[in-house]
Design a protein around this ligand. Structure first.
Ligand SMILES: [Zn+2]
Length: 79
């Protein structure tokens, strides 16, 4: 029997557990709780794989943006 859990109630001890997670964007059945950290800045995320994917993609986009911005500024002879 897989338990229903609200996304707000997930804690570190839940990592690796399979649960039905209720979130604002839907109901994730048999979702595994994962913990990931961003290799670029070390920020950590705890939640479902679906949300971890968003976290990773968001950080990748953000850090790429930062790097690109620096490169553009440098190429223009800036700071
Ligand atoms: Zn990051």
């Amino acid at each position: 029997m897989v338990e229903d859990t609200d996304i707000d109630d997930i804690i570190e001890e839940d990592v690796g557990n399979i649960m039905n997670v209720i979130t604002t964007d839907g109901y994730y059945l048999q979702a595994q709780v994962v913990k990931v950290s961003c290799p670029a800045c070390g920020e950590e995320f705890l939640g479902t794989k679906r949300h971890a994917g968003g976290f990773i993609a968001g950080h990748r986009a953000f850090h790429e943006f930062e790097n690109t911005r620096d490169t553009i500024v440098e190429s223009m002879g800036g700071i």
